[in-house]
Design a protein around this ligand. Structure first.
Ligand SMILES: [Fe+2]
Length: 289
C-alpha cells in the first residue's frame, strides 16, 4: 500500500486510489469494505457528475434520514429495505436446504422487548378488526417437532399500521407477542386480520422514492422470528394468499412457501384462520445464529 510521499496525487483519475492509500492495515476486512464503498461512490460521482448544489442535496437527504431515526422509527433500515439491500444481504447469508423455511428481512417495526404471552392468548389488545386465529407448528427438516421453540410475532392492524407507528392510538405492544411452542412444536394465538399497507411516506426515504414513482405497497402479512437452541433463527413473513398485490411487495419478501390462505372459519364469527409451519435448520458453523 502506498503511504505518504508515494501516495498518488488526488485527481479525477486517481481519487479512489488516493483514498485507499491512506488506510492502515490494522483491520484488512474493514479497510477493504470501506475502500470498496468509497471506490463505488467515486465511480458514481464520476458517472453522474453532480454539481455542488446537487451534492449538497444528497448530504441533506442523508442528514434527514438520520434525524428521522429514533428508538421507535428506523429510517436507515427503511432505506436499506426499500432499495433491496436488506433482501440481498439476507439472500446471500441465509440460503437454506430445500424444505426449510426461508429467511426474509426483519423490517423496521420489530421490537426486541416483545412480551411473552401464554398459548391461545390474543395479541390484539384493542380488539379492533376481523378476528384471526393463527395456528402453527415448528419442526426440523425431518418433520420432528422443535419443542419449546420461541415464536415472536408482530403485525399491522386492520388499517395497516404497527403499534410503534401509532403510539397515541394503539396500546403499547398491540399485535405483538412472544409464544413458546409446546412439546409437539405446536403453538396458536388469536389476533386480527392485518391489512396491507404502504411503507411510511412521511419520512425522507418514502418521500424521495414516491416522488420517483417507486411502488411503496406491502401486501398483507404477519412477521415472525422463530428461535430455538441449536437451530438457525428464522426471520420471516407469512403472506395472505388473498391479497391481490402479492406481486408488488416493496420489500422483496414474498416467496411461494410463505404464502398461506387466510380461510374463513365457522368457529370465528366474521373471522379467519391461518395455518403456518416453520421448518428449522440445525445451526451450521459460520452461519447466522
Ligand atoms: Fe410488515
Amino acid at each position: 500500500m502506498l503511504r505518504g510521499a508515494d501516495a498518488p496525487v488526488f485527481s479525477e483519475a486517481t481519487s479512489a486510489e488516493a483514498f485507499a492509500a491512506r488506510f492502515s492495515q490494522h483491520d484488512p476486512a474493514t479497510a477493504r469494505l470501506i475502500s470498496a464503498v468509497v471506490c463505488h461512490l467515486h465511480d458514481l460521482i464520476k458517472e453522474f457528475r453532480p454539481n455542488q448544489e446537487q451534492w449538497r442535496k444528497v448530504i441533506e437527504f442523508l442528514t434527514e434520514v438520520g434525524h428521522a431515526s429514533d428508538e421507535r422509527r428506523q429510517e436507515w433500515v427503511l432505506l436499506s429495505d426499500l432499495t433491496g439491500a436488506s433482501a440481498l444481504v439476507e439472500e446471500i447469508n441465509s440460503r437454506r436446504p430445500a424444505g426449510a423455511t426461508p429467511n426474509t428481512i426483519r423490517g423496521p417495526f420489530f421490537r426486541a422487548d416483545t412480551p411473552e404471552r401464554p398459548l391461545g392468548a390474543s395479541i390484539s389488545l384493542d380488539g379492533m378488526g376481523e378476528p384471526l386465529i393463527v395456528e402453527g407448528r415448528v419442526e426440523d427438516l425431518d418433520g420432528q417437532p422443535v419443542a419449546g421453540a420461541e415464536i415472536i410475532t408482530w403485525q399491522a392492524n386492520a388499517q395497516g399500521y404497527y403499534e410503534n407507528q401509532q403510539p397515541d392510538l394503539q396500546p403499547e405492544f398491540n399485535l405483538r407477542g412472544l409464544f413458546r411452542a409446546d412439546q409437539n412444536g405446536s403453538f396458536h394465538y388469536r389476533s386480527v386480520r392485518p391489512a396491507g399497507y404502504s411503507v411510511p411516506h412521511d419520512g425522507p426515504v418514502g418521500r424521495l422514492l414516491s416522488e420517483a414513482g417507486y411502488p411503496l405497497h406491502r401486501p398483507a402479512h404477519l412477521h415472525f422470528v422463530v428461535r430455538a437452541p441449536g437451530f438457525e433463527t428464522i426471520t420471516t413473513h407469512i403472506y395472505d394468499a388473498g391479497d391481490p398485490r402479492l406481486g408488488e411487495d416493496a420489500l422483496f419478501g414474498v416467496r411461494p412457501e410463505l404464502v398461506r390462505p387466510f380461510e374463513p372459519d365457522a368457529d370465528v364469527a366474521g373471522g379467519a384462520r391461518v395455518a403456518v409451519r416453520f421448518v428449522m435448520v440445525r445451526a451450521r458453523p459460520g452461519r447466522n445464529k
